[in-house]
Design a protein around this ligand. Sequence first.
Ligand SMILES: NC(=O)c1ccc[n+]([C@@H]2O[C@H](COP(=O)([O-])OP(=O)(O)OC[C@H]3O[C@@H](n4cnc5c(N)ncnc54)[C@H](OP(=O)(O)O)[C@@H]3O)[C@@H](O)[C@H]2O)c1
Length: 250
Amino acid sequence: MKTFEDKVVIVTGGSAGIGRAAALQFAAMGARVLITGRRAERLDKVSAAHPNIEALVADTSNPQDASVTIRKAFQLWGRIDVLVNNAGAGAIMPLAQADAERVKEIFAVNVVGPTLLAKEALPYLTETKGTIINISSTFGSKAGAMLSHYGASKAALEYMTRAWALELAPMGIRVNAIAVGPTETEALTEMMGLSKEDAEAVKHHEIQQIPLKRRGTPEEVAHWIVSFASTDNTWVTGQVLGVDGGLAIA
Ligand SMILES: NC(=O)c1ccc[n+]([C@@H]2O[C@H](COP(=O)([O-])OP(=O)(O)OC[C@H]3O[C@@H](n4cnc5c(N)ncnc54)[C@H](OP(=O)(O)O)[C@@H]3O)[C@@H](O)[C@H]2O)c1
């Protein structure tokens, strides 16, 4: 089904996990997709997997990279329809070990980066009546010990989702978010910086809390990213959808 034929999608953090799955689903449905990430090798593997996917080395925490990313997509294909703010940063950080640089880094990736990308994309999204999808977490609303800065940054992203939805509705731009629950990606070892053993212990603990008793797959989350972007869903804006096996309500 070529639902996204001629549409242009940007997915930050598209070289692994949820972003990779979303890029591949959009491309399979006909979209041209620009993925970003910090490591070229991982990006190149994903762009090699589908002819509609192009890759750009860009760091969401670097303010200059926002305009570079948006310009690149426009130069490649002449329009922008969908911005998926997926790249994330986090840490399991007890308050007693709070570190100013780490806190700034989390907010740079989860709050400042999505803001600048959305700002730079605005003229193009206005032209196409496009859409923004922000990737949040169950812990953007559910309290988690040692997750205060990760959770607070995702709470900010969810607030921005609702505020931008109001602000951009007159331009026909929709803004939604997905509050993702524990999903089988490398986030625990990569984004959270845990050892393999600690990551396994966290997974074991999380599964006990999830009503559906398993972690999600990146494809299951990507399905909802694509759905929010679909022109079948143009009456939905300002929403934060939990895709989490029921964790938020447990
Ligand atoms: N997996 C979960 O259980 C879970 C749960 C709740 C929410 N989420 C959210 O889902 C999103 C995606 O997570 P994931 O689980 O798919 O993570 P992942 O498997 O670790 O993949 C992260 C992707 O983002 C890229 N990335 C990381 N930092 C970046 C930066 N500063 N600038 C640009 N790209 C960056 C990574 O590539 P490079 O490292 O090469 O840059 C990679 O492509 C995040 O926002 C995360 O908070 C995940």
